[in-house]
Design a binder for this molecule. Structure first.
Ligand SMILES: Nc1ncnc2c1ncn2[C@@H]1O[C@H](COP(=O)(O)OP(=O)(O)O)[C@@H](O)[C@H]1O
Ligand SMILES: [Mg+2]
Length: 394
């Protein structure tokens, strides 16, 4: 029995990707982990995110679409993840292409059109290759997405306070508001932005940090935020591929990106945000309607490839008294078949923070106990080996 492995496929050619999928079906214990439709300079960012989930993986890069761009992206990939096993593929096995890709660190080459036996042999070579713990050299940012199971459960409140704590810890932080119906992140931060995600979309092709920071709103805590326009009809302008490019930029340049995803899990941009996230916080309350939705949301997240430990259940407005209207933590855990990551208590302090248009954690004395529990939640989410114990602030 061989160890299970995952293959990532980078090719602009749908036919090529299909061939790989097909061929891999005959190889036991293997599957395609991710497909990248662009062989671009940013490829390494997406690969790095994915190998966090699938440490035993190899990447196959199709150079046939654009040889030069392909070699460039191979170079950056190997710089970022030197131990990654990379197979390249092309129509010509002319000396130059092969030698160049080997110099850039490719581990193997498959000729196109791809023959079944060639593919199988290449997979066998990968399986025999010494397994290295793939560590990444450059440090990529993390994306944390807050997804509400109902309106008013406190998704925006928790996202904003989470981001604020990271900013207070001197991380570079961006909050992205994807709740097109509300634009509440700006409200909770007391900001009145003149620019929106549409401006980001207009400038995606030439986006660098200086330009982005001139478009985003800087908060007193040092973080940047960007969100939708106040006029609802512009939503369609910010598409899923645009979000993917934007998030790649954010992951490359900032320590943390915090997404307020609202509650609309069917939105394709929200789904994409979840997919690029290291953690998705599912915000629930003890109300049955919220728990019921959480069940459906979890099922959907599992369908799009999430593992249980990537989704964290946050119980907001937590009260000890359970009863006919409120589920207990034990009931939530049973119903969702998932541990409760953290509980943030019900408190009027959030409302006074909202009235001041500043995050609760920005004034540490205003509600020390709640402040402490939010910080403990952030600790638990960001500690490398976060314990599995449930953290419930009393
Ligand atoms: N733990 C809590 N205790 C009391 N009120 C809360 C709590 N969390 C949020 N709120 C309040 O609930 C309301 C809705 O919060 P909000 O973050 O806008 O929810 P959502 O984004 O899920 O719609 C706000 O008035 C907020 O201050
Ligand atoms: Mg909200």
């Amino acid at each position: 029995m061989s160890t299970p492995f995952v293959l990532m496929v980078a090719s602009s050619d749908e036919h090529f990707r299909e061939m790989v999928r097909d061929n891999l079906m005959n190889i036991p214990n293997s599957k395609v982990g991710s497909e990248y439709q662009e062989v671009s300079g940013n490829l390494y960012v997406r690969v790095m995110q994915d190998i966090e989930r699938h440490p035993n993986s190899a990447v196959i890069v199709d150079l046939a679409g654009d040889t030069e761009a392909g070699l460039k992206s191979l170079e950056r990939l190997k710089q970022a993840v030197p131990d990654l096993y990379v197979i390249v593929s092309h129509y010509h096995a002319d000396g130059e292409t092969v030698i160049q890709s080997m110099r850039l660190g490719a581990n193997d080459f498959i000729m196109q059109p791809m023959r079944r036996t060639d593919f199988r042999d290449a997979m066998a070579r990968f399986e025999r290759a010494p397994k290295r713990v793939v560590t990444t050299e450059s440090k990529l940012g993390k994306v944390y997405t807050f997804l509400g199971t109902k309106g008013g459960v406190g998704t925006t409140t928790l996202a904003v306070n989470f981001a604020s704590v990271l900013a207070q810890r001197k991380q570079s932080v961006v909050t992205v508001d994807l709740d097109w119906t509300a634009n509440d992140v700006a409200m909770q931060l007391g900001a009145s932005p003149q620019t929106t995600l549409s401006d980001v979309a207009d400038n995606l092709g030439r986006l660098d940090q200086a330009l982005f920071e001139s478009l985003a709103t800087r908060d007193a805590l040092g973080m940047y935020s960007i969100g939708p326009s106040d006029t609802l009809e512009q939503r369609s302008y910010f598409s899923e591929p645009m979000f993917r490019d934007f998030s790649t930029f954010l992951i490359e340049k900032y320590d943390s990106t915090v997404v307020d995803a609202g509650k609309n899990i069917n939105d394709e941009v929200v789904a994409a945000a979840c997919q690029v996230s290291s953690m998705v916080f599912l915000v629930v309350t003890q109300e049955y309607a919220s728990i019921r939705n959480a069940q459906r949301y979890l099922a959907m997240l599992m369908r799009i490839g999430f593992s249980q430990d990537q989704v964290k259940v946050l119980v907001n407005r937590y009260q000890k008294k359970a009863g006919s209207n409120f589920a207990s933590l034990e009931q939530i855990k049973q119903t969702l078949n998932q541990p409760v990551f953290y509980g943030i208590p019900e408190t009027p302090a959030f409302l006074s923070a909202l009235n001041k248009a500043r995050p609760l954690v920005a004034n540490r004395q205003s509600a020390p106990e709640i402040d402490k529990s939010i910080r403990a939640m952030v600790d638990k989410a960001t500690k490398p080996s976060s314990s599995t114990a449930e953290g419930i602030a009393a």
